[in-house]
Write a protein that binds this ligand. Structure first.
Ligand SMILES: NC(=O)C1=CN([C@@H]2O[C@H](COP(=O)(O)OP(=O)(O)OC[C@H]3O[C@@H](n4cnc5c(N)ncnc54)[C@H](O)[C@@H]3O)[C@@H](O)[C@H]2O)C=CC1
Ligand SMILES: CC(C)CC(=O)C(=O)O
Length: 367
């Protein structure tokens, strides 16, 4: 990968490589765009096949966060971090503290939180070294684990997408195939089960599958069989790029609505599913609940205020579907358009001269 070419193509601001021999830390922090505010995005810990895969994941995820924050109406930019390693074996206090010190060194340009492979306990360890971390234990006045809130947002967004596809937003009696039943999807399945949906689940982690079978009466299938299930809704809640050339022909669902980031392998896959008449709820709009929740911490966490904002995910999915219909474009493009318009208009308003703040007159004011 030609890193600067890639960064230029999508206008990335900064890519930070963190290495600490003592703890074995190898991490990458990608900051995409800070027009709207500091870059906030979780830290993923994963066993990447190559360093290139890790860099690409960090970059793609960071860009998604720029759009996620813009779409959710937050004053935040987009960033994300990845730690190369096995979250089940390689975690140590030294590693996360070293990582926290690197974040502190960025002086607020990047704020972290949980993602796949990291937990509230890891955020607490990072918090020993920096304040630029959210999703820390509630004992610190923070919001804790964002996953249940992400799940609630996905549930609400799914209802909005179902309304567009079926005429009403009732999930009772719908069959939903859920890929990955980890932190977010476990909580999502609870909402779906409570509303009377029939669940089909898969996961590479057998314990997670069993939990969904035991608690929600879900039917379990093998990971490769989740795409071709007879279902109304396909809900990708594991990793990205799962909507691609080999999976699309298998999909029978009328709606795709799930928590996973970067669901489309390439943009053209969003065009194909639109042509097939599938209502696709763009990932970064529907899964913004966790971000909304941790972002609220920056103002002094208030759960009611955060949950009220999470409710707007329903409206945002409806808005994206309306733009898609109005402009005859796929929903992923409609979402991009909506977010890019907000960023551009905020950029324009920032060019307005203000009397206070740092500018050409600072020297005169300080005399
Ligand atoms: N945790 C959060 O608040 C947010 C999470 N997301 C995204 O949602 C997705 C899920 O996140 P979490 O639930 O937090 O992660 P998690 O790690 O708790 O759950 C992911 C689950 O997917 C399973 N999985 C991995 N590869 C699989 C495969 N090929 N087939 C089937 N199952 C597979 C894992 O075993 C795990 O149980 C990720 O893409 C994450 O980036 C997005 C926004 C916020
Ligand atoms: C809780 C969020 C900040 C996690 C995240 O990075 C995301 O929404 O993908």
């Amino acid at each position: 990968m030609k890193i600067f070419d890639y960064m230029e193509r999508y206008d990335y601001e900064q890519l930070v490589f963190c290495q600490d021999e003592n703890s074995g830390l190898k991490a990458i922090i990608a900051i995409h765009d800070t027009t709207l505010g500091p870059a906030l995005g979780g830290t993923r810990m994963w066993t990447y096949d190559s360093e290139e895969d890790a860099i690409e994941d960090a970059l793609r995820l960071a860009r998604g966060m720029t759009y996620k924050a813009a779409g959710a109406g937050l004053n935040l930019g987009g960033g994300k971090a990845v730690i190369i390693g096995d979250p089940r074996k390689d975690k140590t206090e030294e590693m996360f503290r070293a990582f926290g010190r690197y974040i502190q060194g960025l002086n607020g340009r990047y704020i972290t939180a949980e993602d796949v492979g990291t937990t509230v306990a890891d955020m607490d360890t990072i918090h020993m070294e920096t304040d630029y971390v959210t999703g820390v234990s509630p004992a610190f006045g923070s919001s804790g684990n964002p996953s249940p809130v992400t799940a609630y947002g996905v549930y609400r967004g799914m209802k909005a997408a179902v309304k567009a596809a079926f005429g009403n937003d009732d999930l009772g009696g719908k069959t939903i195939a859920v890929q990955g039943v980890g932190n977010v999807a476990y909580n999502l399945c609870r909402h779906l089960h409570e509303e009377g949906a029939t669940l089909i689940v898969t996961d590479i982690n057998k314990d997670n599958v069993q939990r969904a079978v035991d608690e929600f009466g879900a039917k379990a299938v093998d990971p490769d069989d989740i795409y071709n299930q007879n279902c109304d809704i396909f809900s990708p809640c594991a990793l990205g790029a799962i909507i691609n050339d080999s999976t699309i022909p298998q999909i029978k669902a009328k709606v795709i609505a799930g928590a996973a980031n970067n669901q489309l392998r390439e943009e053209r896959h969003g065009d194909i599913i639109q042509e097939m008449g599938i209502v696709y709820a763009p990932d970064y709009i529907i899964n913004a609940g966790g971000l909304i929740n941790v972002a609220d911490e920056l103002q002094g966490y208030n759960r009611d205020r955060a949950m009220k904002k999470v409710e707007t995910i329903y409206d945002n999915i409806q808005k994206v579907i309306e733009i898609s219909k109005r402009d005859h474009i796929p929903t992923y493009k409609a979402a991009d358009r909506m977010c890019e318009e907000r960023i551009a208009s905020m950029q324009r308003s920032r060019s307005m001269f203000l009397q206070d703040g740092k500018h050409e007159l600072s020297r005169i004011h300080h005399k």
